[in-house]
Design a protein around this ligand. Structure first.
Ligand code: ATP
Ligand code: MG
Length: 351
């Protein structure tokens, strides 16, 4: 969002367990996959959305570029989330984009709990304020400069140029809007469940109505299995991934417990939106991120919420060459690539 430039960008999502890369090309008005890849990160390389071991991330970036043979562009889009980002809907005197660009820094000051000089500010103009005809709503987005700077130096070290920094929730929203038709009145919740962070975004007709990042994700299952089944973290991770309805009951119980914890947390956040909902009640929920692939989670979330739940496929409308990519592989990784796909289609002036 902050350093946009018109050109094909490579979408790079740096998560706490892996770096995801998607490169798209526009072919006759439609996107086609050019490159896609995932490189794992060592444990603790990223903690609380902060780069702790930047050389591990640099190595992952380099190995992705080399492995995929990407040589024609080095310009990338990435995104941040969690405590390094603040998203607020505020009411300001009605003004033009140009006026707001000049004033936003000053206006934003009272809404940001950090020194205004420590953050990058971006905004999106929304609808008029129904309570005051002289005012309009503005979506204010502030991200901490130190995190963005860390990202920029990691990309630079890997020989890349980070030209656009987005926010996870908006990248998922972009992937959703690229791939799904929606009724302008329909309110959807997009929930991206990573290993450590869950990004929640309630959207209606291309506008975000509510966002929240919760520090919870697929890692919880691994911890629970490690504890309850007394195994190493690596074994617990493997065991989790292999779960089916035929798995031993102690494994299924551990997974069911965390399915419940995560579903409850989603419900709590969505109830919070619904209780103040001015845009209408949520009618559908889309899950993405590696965590959403957990055995029975979609069903558990569906049981907790009274709306239908499905897995978001960010490749659903994107073409691909079947000689280059295997459909089964793309289907397998699809929900994990939501943020990277959303980033890969970003262009100049995107808000
Ligand atoms: N098939 C699967 N079944 C269950 N869990 C899965 C599956 N595939 C991946 N996961 C889990 O998804 C998580 C990784 O997802 P993802 O890549 O979206 O997270 P991340 O971006 O690395 O983390 P974060 O965004 O939280 O920092 C891990 O906890 C992993 O165990
Ligand atoms: Mg992630």
């Amino acid at each position: 969002m902050f350093f946009a430039k018109k050109k094909d960008l490579i979408g790079i999502d740096i998560g706490s367990t892996s770096v995801k890369l998607v490169k798209l090309k526009g072919v006759s008005g439609r996107y086609e996959i050019d490159s896609v890849g995932i490189a794992s990160l060592p444990l603790e390389a990223i903690v609380d959305n902060t780069l702790m071991d930047s050389s591990a991330v640099v190595d992952a970036l380099k190995s992705l570029f080399e492995g995929l043979g990407i040589a024609d562009t080095r310009e990338a889009a990435s995104s941040v989330s969690g405590n390094s980002v603040i998203i607020r809907k505020i009411s300001l005197p009605t003004s033009t984009t140009e006026e707001l660009e000049e004033e936003i820094q000053w206006e934003a000051e009272q809404y940001i709990p950090f020194d205004i000089n420590d953050v990058n500010i971006d905004f999106q103009m929304l609808e008029p304020d129904e309570n005051d005809p002289a005012k309009m709503y503005v979506l204010l987005v502030a991200s901490k400069k130190d995190i963005v700077n860390d990202y920029q130096s990691v990309f630079a070290e890997a020989g890349l140029k980070l030209v656009l920094v987005d926010v996870d929730v908006f990248a998922v929203q972009n992937a959703f809007e690229m791939n799904y038709d929606f009724d302008p009145e329909e309110v959807c919740a997009l929930v991206n469940i990573g290993a450590n962070t869950m990004n929640i975004n309630v959207v209606k007709n291309g506008v975000s109505l509510f966002t929240r990042d919760v520090q919870m994700g697929g890692g919880l299952y691994t911890e629970e299995i490690q504890k309850k089944l007394a195994m190493s973290g690596e074994d617990a991770e493997r065991t989790k991934l292999s779960a089916t309805k035929a798995s031993p009951s102690d494994l299924l119980e551990s997974i069911a417990r965390i399915n419940d914890t995560i579903s409850l947390e989603i419900r709590r956040s969505l109830d919070f939106y619904n209780s103040n909902a001015t845009g209408g009640k949520i009618t559908k929920v889309f899950l993405s991120g590696g965590g959403c692939k957990t055995f029975n989670l979609v069903e558990a979330v569906g049981a907790r919420l009274s709306s239908p739940v499905e897995i978001l496929n960010p490749f659903s409308r994107i073409k691909f060459d079947e000689k280059k990519f295997e459909k089964a592989f793309l289907d397998e990784i699809a929900p994990i690539m939501a943020i990277a796909v959303g980033l890969a289609s970003r262009r100049l002036g995107d808000k």
